[in-house]
Design a protein around this ligand. Structure first.
Ligand SMILES: *Cc1c(COP(=O)(O)O)cnc(C)c1O
Length: 407
């Protein structure tokens, strides 16, 4: 509303799109993790959303961090995190990055091929390696198995190579794929990890780390946690000194961020040229697929706007929503691929200057947004929320001496 008033008063840039990050949601997700999966230590996947306040909060809550590059490792180390709380979970790393990790004291890292073992033997012989195995990722929105993961049949050969190179292999990791909608993918994956543990013993290693990766969804988390917990009990009954870790990304942040965008242009009923199949009203907003909505292209997300203001009023009458019609929503760039919603039901009477909101915009959005065509990446406004956890979040961030807006 403040942005609307400022824009109405011609304050420059007041109509810019912006994220609202509710850090108490991240806090609540961590509580939920501890409640449902107390036996699994989360290592937050930094790539999902490297927001500095999210990282600070999770650092204070005691999670570990899954980093994929030296850039991410440095970001995390800057928070004062001990390097032992980092896993370098990229199975294919540049040699310079492996040397960088060695220098920083980051020892735990994944591999899935023999070339990587030779690289690590040269660049970081003291590394503690985790073999990333291939699992069935067919029940996930973003399948990672086409790029990473050693087939089980190749694991004995890899372990023999590691032994010959004098390397220490300490465990097994997998990733069922990002956006995993079938909890049972974890059962198959844990079973395979068990087989890989047995291969480790035959190769003369004593494995002590099981890394169950990411792929956790907000919507079915309790179910997934139950299924995973059952699989762990089944295949690792006594745990046998095995530390179980995970690399959740999306689960922690997806729901914590929402995005407010401004309608900067509108096109409706411009005559007979338009295709009759196309929605009659086209709204143009000031963030698009080159920005926050890159998640539509890269992460296969579907986004759903809701009306924040209608004709300048933030009290949107129910009746207006009932009169919703087929509309399309477009990003601000000059590219026609920049379509946010090809068809969505919205009031046709929204005006230039009105605001739309999008919820669940925290995962794989800001981190991959570009400034294509001269449009800036939308800024983030922070809140500690009003609900449970707000006080704790405030205290934690005050500890970091962070300047955070906590209303
Ligand atoms: C991307 C990624 C994750 C996080 O996945 P989510 O689906 O966001 O939980 C975890 N581990 C690795 C190795 C990844 O590449």
């Amino acid at each position: 509303m403040r942005a609307y008033r400022l824009a109405a008063a011609n304050v420059p840039d007041a109509e810019k799109a912006f994220f609202v990050a509710d850090l108490s949601v991240v806090y609540a997700q961590h509580e939920r993790w501890k409640r449902c999966l107390p036996q699994v230590e989360p290592f937050y996947a930094v790539k999902c959303n490297p927001d500095p306040y999210v990282l600070r909060l999770l650092a204070a809550l005691g999670t570990g961090f899954d980093c994929a590059s030296n850039g991410e490792i440095n970001e995390v180390l800057k928070l004062g995190i001990d390097p032992s709380r980092i896993i370098f979970a990229n199975p294919c790393k540049a040699a310079s990055f492996v040397r960088g990790a060695a220098k920083a004291g980051v020892d735990l890292m994944t591999f899935d091929n023999a070339d990587e073992l030779h690289k690590v033997a040269r660049a970081h012989p003291g590394a503690r390696l985790v073999v990333r195995i291939l699992t069935d990722d067919s029940k996930s929105v973003c399948r990672l198995g086409i790029k990473f993961g050693a087939p089980l049949a190749s694991v004995p050969g890899l372990l023999a190579t590691a032994r010959a190179l004098g390397l220490d292999v300490v465990g097994v990791s997998f990733h069922v794929g990002s956006g995993c909608y079938d909890a049972h993918a974890f059962v198959d994956a844990v079973a395979r990890a068990r087989a890989a543990f047995d291969m480790g013993r035959e190769a003369g290693y004593v494995f002590s780390v099981l890394d169950v990766g990411g792929g956790f969804e907000d919507g079915n988390f309790e179910e997934t946690a139950g299924v995973l917990g059952g699989a762990l009990d089944l295949y690792f009954p006594e745990r046998e000194g095995v530390r179980v870790i995970a690399e959740p990304g999306r689960f922690y942040v997806a729901r914590a961020f929402s995005l407010a965008v401004n309608i900067i242009a509108r096109r409706a009923g411009d005559g007979g040229e338009m295709d009759a199949d196309q929605p009659a009203v086209m709204y143009y907003i000031n963030d698009g697929v080159y920005g926050a909505f890159n998640c539509i292209l890269f992460d296969h997300q579907r986004v759903q706007p809701y009306v924040l203001s209608l004709g300048g009023s933030f009290h949107v009458p129910e009746a207006a929503m009932e009169r919703a019609e087929r509309c399309s929503v477009w990003g601000p760039t000059c590219d026609s691929i920049d379509c946010v919603c090809a068809e969505v039901r919205l009031p046709g009477a929204l005006q230039v200057g009105d605001w739309l909101g999008f919820e669940g915009m925290g995962a794989y959005t800001i981190c991959a947004a570009s400034g294509f065509n001269g449009f800036e990446v939308s800024a983030v406004v922070y809140t500690c929320g009003g609900g449970p956890g707000a006080a704790e979040v405030r205290a934690v961030l005050a500890g970091f001496a962070a300047r955070v807006d906590c209303r």
